[in-house]
Design a protein around this ligand. Structure first.
Ligand code: HXC
Length: 293
C-alpha cells in the first residue's frame, strides 16, 4: 500500500511493542524505514521482537519499562532522546484488560488496568509532548482505543473507562498542541485476534475461534495488514490536517451490534465466571514469569 521508504527518518516508540498488535505495528514501521523503539515489562519478549525486526533488516531497540511508573517512563524517554535525538512518533498501545462482572472486581483489579491504560498512556504522551514542545519537533501520536469509548464496555468497565479518558486526551491535546505541529489520533480496532487479548477476553475458546463474528457485518475478524496500514497512514507525513480523530476499524461491528461483550457475556452464571477467572489468572501468571521486574 505504501512505498517502502515512507517512514524513513522517523523515530517511533510503540509501547507494548513486544507482542500482539504493538509488535505488528512496530515491525511494519521498521520495515518501512523507521527507527523503532519498543517497551514493555517482559525483557525476553522484547528482545525476541527486536531480533526478528533486525533479522528482517529493520532497526529496533527495546526498553524494559512499566508505564504505570511515571518516573520510569521519564527515564526511558530521556534514554531514547539521548540515543539519536527526538522521537517523531508515539503509539500508545500498551494495555491491560480482562473480562469480569464489575461487581466482582477488586480495587486492585481496577487499578491494574486503569494504571496501565489511563495513567500510563498519559505519562508517556506527556513525557514526549513536553520535549517536543520545548524542542519545536513535530510529531504524531496514535492511541489504540476501542469502540467501547462511544457506547460503553459491559464486563470490561475499567478498560472502557480508561480508554474513554484517552479518547478525550486525544481530542483535548489535538487542540492544545496543534499549534506546535503535534497531532494526536486514535485507532479503535474491532476483533484482531492476538494471544494476549484472547487469553483475557475469550479465555474459554482458542485464538482461532471467532469472537462474535456473526455480529460483524463484514463477517470476519480484522486482518493485521489492515491495522498496520491504518497505523502507517496516521504516522506518515502527508495528511497532517487530520488530528483529534478516533478511527474505528471493525467491519462496522459497533454500528451493527455495539461491538462490545454484552450479548456474549450477559447470560453467564457466577459458576461460569469462576472458571473464566481461573483461566485468565493462569495466563497472567505465565506472563508474569517472563517479567523482569
Ligand atoms: C478478577 C482479576 C483477574 C480476573 C486479575 N485480577 N485477573 N480479578 N478477574 N480475571 C485481579 C487480581 O486478583 C489482583 O487483584 C489484580 O487484578 C491485579 O492482578 P495482578 O495479576 O497482580 O496484576 P498485574 O500483574 O499488574 O497484571 C495486570 C493485568 C494483566 C491487567 C491484570 O492482565 C496484564 O498484565 N495484562 C497485560 C496484557 C493484556 O491484558 N492484554 C490484553 C489487552 S486487550 P487482588 O485484589 O487479588 O490483589 C485490550 C483490548 C481492548 O486492551 C479492546 C478489544 C476489542
Amino acid at each position: 500500500m505504501f512505498i517502502e521508504t515512507i517512514l524513513k527518518g522517523k523515530r517511533i516508540l510503540v509501547t507494548g511493542g513486544g507482542s500482539g498488535l504493538g509488535k505488528e505495528m512496530a515491525s511494519e514501521y521498521a520495515r518501512l524505514g523507521a527507527h523503532v523503539f519498543i517497551c514493555g515489562r517482559r525483557e525476553s519478549v522484547l528482545n525476541d521482537t527486536v531480533e526478528e525486526i533486525t533479522a528482517a533488516g529493520g532497526i529496533a531497540k527495546a526498553h524494559v519499562c512499566d508505564i504505570r511508573a511515571a518516573g520510569a517512563v521519564d527515564e526511558m524517554i530521556d534514554k531514547i532522546w539521548l540515543d539519536g535525538g527526538a522521537l517523531t512518533g508515539l503509539v500508545n498501545n500498551a494495555a491491560g484488560n480482562f473480562i469480569s462482572p464489575t461487581k466482582d472486581l477488586s480495587t486492585n483489579g481496577f487499578d491494574a488496568i486503569s494504571n496501565i491504560v489511563f495513567k500510563g498512556s498519559f505519562y508517556v504522551t506527556h513525557a514526549c509532548g513536553k520535549r517536543w514542545i520545548e524542542e519545536k519537533t513535530k510529531a504524531s501520536v496514535i492511541s489504540i482505543l476501542t469502540t467501547w469509548v462511544w457506547n460503553g464496555g459491559p464486563y470490561t468497565v475499567p478498560s472502557a473507562m480508561s480508554k474513554a479518558g484517552i479518547n478525550i486526551m486525544t481530542k483535548s491535546l489535538a487542540a492544545e498542541w496543534g499549534k506546535y505541529g503535534i497531532r494526536l489520533n486514535a485507532i479503535s480496532p474491532g476483533p484482531f485476534p492476538t494471544k494476549g487479548a484472547w487469553d483475557r477476553l475469550n479465555p474459554d475458546q482458542g485464538i482461532d475461534e471467532d469472537l462474535g463474528n456473526s455480529s460483524i457485518p463484514m463477517g470476519r475478524n480484522g486482518c493485521m495488514s489492515e491495522l498496520r496500514n491504518l497505523a502507517t497512514f496516521l504516522m506518515a507525513d502527508g495528511c497532517e490536517y487530520l488530528t483529534g480523530q478516533n478511527i474505528a476499524i471493525d467491519g462496522a461491528a459497533h454500528l451493527a451490534s455495539g461491538g462490545n461483550f454484552y450479548q456474549s457475556l450477559d447470560s453467564l452464571t457466577d459458576e461460569d465466571w469462576g472458571g473464566i477467572k481461573e483461566m485468565i489468572k493462569a495466563s497472567n501468571e505465565v506472563d508474569k514469569s517472563n517479567r523482569s521486574n
